[in-house]
Design a protein around this ligand. Sequence first.
Ligand code: 5AD
Ligand code: SF4
Length: 486
Amino acid sequence: MSLCDSGPRCPELDGVSATPTLESSPCSAHLQQPGFAETKCSILKLAMASEKTFYLETFGCQMNAHDSEKVIGTLLHEGYRQVDVEEDAGLILYNTCSIRDKAEQKVFNRLNDYKKLHKAGKRFGVLGCVAQQEGEKIFDRAPYVSLVSGSASYRKLPEMLSRLEAGENRITGLDDRQTDETFETELTSRQNPYRGYITIIEGCDKFCAYCVVPYTRGKERSRGSASVLAEARRIADQGYTEIQLLGQNVNSYRDPEGKLSFAELLAAVGQVPGIRRVRFTTSHPRDFTPDIVQAIDAYPTLCDHVHLPVQSGSSRVLKMMSREYTYEWYLERISWIKAARRKISLSTDIIVGFPGETPDDFIKTMDLLQEVQYDCVFGFKYSGRPNTPALTMIDSVPEAEKVKRLQLVLDRQREIQRVNYARHLGEEMEVMVEGMNPARGQVAGRSTQNKPVNFTTSVPIAPAPGSYMRVKITNTFPNSLVGEAV
Ligand code: 5AD
Ligand code: SF4
């Protein structure tokens, strides 16, 4: 749940969209021609029957959305064609997320819904975090699934696809924490029209007590800076002006070539010709260093926004969560960011109702919100996840109390954002266009601070996604700004 129209990890807006279905019924026209039906048309039909098609649906975070871009690119390279409905596909893939709630149950329910499609000869694959988490159990619960692969095994996709095409079943890619390799590919099929993603670090070694990620995405491994910069240049050559560097803990980046620190890599990406905006998510407080703020101050292309998940305002709870920092440590990093010459916008993640969180601990989280004055907060009720240490703790906060605490967080944050956003009234700012809202007759865009800006323009043609406009802010809401192009 978030108080932001779309935050740093909101997949709905960044969603991986499917390519349009190509014309698939040429036969009726050909049948007009005498003698055509039995010969050429049956050849065509055969070719179409053997055509490799896939449908891919993505759930979860921006890492997953970008993984899907790489998976799509790999499949296209292997001769598959992407379709936008399950019914048209030979291979149906789900790229899953298991970060919260009963994610795995939702995937099984979904697979169950599509049982009938299996009877129509379709093959199924489960990718991503639920695949890694549930492993071969998926075959037992959903025997019509042929492929189960976690993200740490995507580099083996071509091989897994050939086995699938050869008719094999129960194919697994479950490298888990064994691999040191990252999934680097030049085949990425970029689906976002205005933002180019680059994963610079995969996996996680932090093992926060509540979190499945270290078990589902494998161990922490960084990509070489030369390869990251080469991808940044390729993205710029393709016409993108905004790059988002991705990693579960993006600022834990350690260049395997030993050339660049994370802050230096940020600066280098920010200097790639043609790049106007660089974002990065998600930062971990433990590895947040002052040179990151110095880089933002020094390079105008680095956006005025840091997402720094705190999870709780109580040092006692942070300790139980194994976050490896205290309230004071976190606030020191916030003070560095606030001391920057540029006004850097702050956002965070909060978990309420972690096992053992008392009313007093919760008040500390509410006080932290007041202290930091974030521009955006993603709030979550704690949910026990498989394999995590917190699962062995007593889930002591009743569901109704979790709901209440979450609502209090969101209410407090709404008031903070109302004031924060109102400060922009009358300001003129650069906005990157993301799309149109035809119902409201507004262009939808985003400021460097990651704030949604909806604006009108007198230009009759809709501005292209990825273009920039100067906008004067004429109205403000707790989640968005409204303005007019100048
Ligand atoms: N329960 C609730 N929230 C969680 N998150 C991660 N694991 C859990 C969990 N088990 C939240 C954290 C993290 C964000 C991506 O999801 O706030 O920063
Ligand atoms: Fe999960 Fe903690 Fe790793 Fe973030 S740092 S992915 S919350 S274990």
